[in-house]
Write a protein that binds this ligand. Structure first.
Ligand SMILES: Cc1cc2nc3c(=O)[nH]c(=O)nc-3n(C[C@H](O)[C@H](O)[C@H](O)COP(=O)(O)OP(=O)(O)OC[C@H]3O[C@@H](n4cnc5c(N)ncnc54)[C@H](O)[C@@H]3O)c2cc1C
Length: 387
């Protein structure tokens, strides 16, 4: 039997940001991160689109993404190790929701809320849309909601930046799968691995992404989350665009951005919950491509170069993260249910969880609205801007 002070299950961006943040604020106990997939082949972080936006409709999501954006702006130098920059390729090329006439009222309301947090979001006219994407077909569009500070980054490099810095500060990563969390009389006492080994710890943080719900189920704690497949496609266009694209979301929900000189695109299609990584190219050819080709004529002739599927840890109750300690299982913490917006929240979530555990309260951003108990309190955080 081995001991730790804090065990984190899952070394993706959430687990690694939390481990690093604990050390950064001064926690010097023994932290172990268990990661079952050390090359991160199936982690959501590696399969993410990496979109970073402050364009949310709820106070807490705006605050979290605004904080995280400031961290990402300086990430390469603040997370440099021995003079080697932690390059995350953060392209602040903007984030743009294209809007039809019936969407503009809601965009205006969102913009006003975002501006109260100093987010420089703005409503764009169709003429202004053409300044950003000269090739855009304006059919069905009345304008857009845009934030020039936002954009996209390389999620894998963010995770590696956190992981390397956490390791440098003494956090131990072990490449093993946790079978279950061990509890005694409503207290967490450790974890048991699939190989049978047991580790004692009075604090266990569930950062197991789309798999986290199953670990929670095993100790009888139900959370309204399930894994949901999301697909991404990358293609070449025969005619290049004049300008680099912001991360652009069509009113249909199809989103696209540049990835180098290629285009990366995704869409939240109807799909059954579960662990599923199969790619159906028919989604691209039959549903997405007609929308893309209609919106930008350069996309009429495309060559698909790669495609993959990843998992959202999808919160079915209010599409938002569940963060913090469990009210009736002492020592059990979680950061789950990000529903497709975890990359833009990871720095703020790691910082918040670290503060909650080390100081016993949130200091930087009050993450209480995202507490587990909001479901029983009937105090959901309903976010309208979900991609
Ligand atoms: C296709 C797609 C597009 C996305 N686009 C965006 C976007 O544009 N912007 C944005 O902000 N977010 C986006 N997201 C969401 C974002 O990527 C996730 O919210 C974020 O990466 C979640 O990080 P995580 O650390 O919680 O999960 P993960 O990265 O999945 O990490 C969890 C880790 O836990 C490990 N694990 C699981 N069970 C165990 C166990 N029992 N024992 C040990 N280890 C275990 C897993 O191997 C995994 O590495 C997207 C996600 C997908 C799939």
């Amino acid at each position: 039997m081995q001991n730790a002070d804090i065990i984190i299950i899952g070394g993706g961006v959430m687990g690694s940001s939390t481990a690093y943040s604990l050390r950064k604020i001064g926690y010097d106990g023994k932290i172990i991160v268990f990661e079952k997939d050390p090359i991160y082949e199936f982690s959501s972080t590696s399969r993410s689109a990496g979109g970073i936006r402050q364009l949310y409709t709820t106070d807490i999501n705006i605050q979290l993404s605004r904080y995280s954006l400031q961290v990402y702006k300086n990430f390469s130098s603040t997370m440099a190790i021995d003079g080697e920059f932690a390059e995350i390729n953060f392209r602040q090329r903007g984030y743009l929701f294209l809007g039809s006439a019936d969407m503009m009222g809601s965009f205006d309301k969102q913009k006003r809320l975002q501006n109260t947090y100093n987010v420089p979001s703005e409503l764009l006219s169709t003429k202004e849309l053409l300044n950003i994407i000269p090739e855009l077909n304006l059919d069905g569009l009345t304008g857009g909601l845009y934030c020039h500070e936002d954009g996209y980054l390389d999620p894998y490099s963010v995770m590696q930046g956190y992981k390397k810095n956490a390791q440098k500060l003494g956090v131990e990563y072990i490449s093993q799968e946790v079978d279950t969390i061990i509890t005694e009389q409503n207290k967490v006492t450790g974890v048991r691995l699939v190989n049978g080994a047991e580790y004692r710890s009075r604090i266990v943080i569930n950062c197991a992404g789309a798999w986290g719900v199953y670990l929670s189920d095993k100790i009888g704690i139900k959370i309204p989350v399930h894994p949901l497949k999301r697909q991404i496609f990358q293609f070449d266009t025969s005619v290049p665009l004049q300008k680099e694209l912001p991360l652009t979301v069509d009113p249909t929900g199809v989103y696209f951005r540049h990835e180098g000189d290629k285009i990366l695109t995704g869409f939240s299609e109807e799909t059954k919950p579960g662990i599923d990584f199969t790619v159906k190219k028919s989604l691209f050819y039959e549903e997405m491509w007609p929308i893309l080709a209609n919106r930008i004529s350069n996309f009429e002739q495309v060559k698909l170069t790669s495609s993959w599927a990843g998992l959202y840890s999808f919160n079915t109750a209010d599409h938002n993260a569940i963060i913090g300690g469990h009210p009736s299982m002492e020592g059990y913490y979680m950061a789950l249910g990000f529903s497709g917006h975890g990359m833009q929240q990871a720095p703020g979530v790691g910082q918040g969880l670290a503060e909650l555990i080390y100081y016993g309260k949130y200091e930087t951003i009050d993450l209480t609205p995202l507490r587990f108990a909001r479901f029983s309190d009937n105090d959901l955080v309903l976010e309208d801007a979900i991609v």
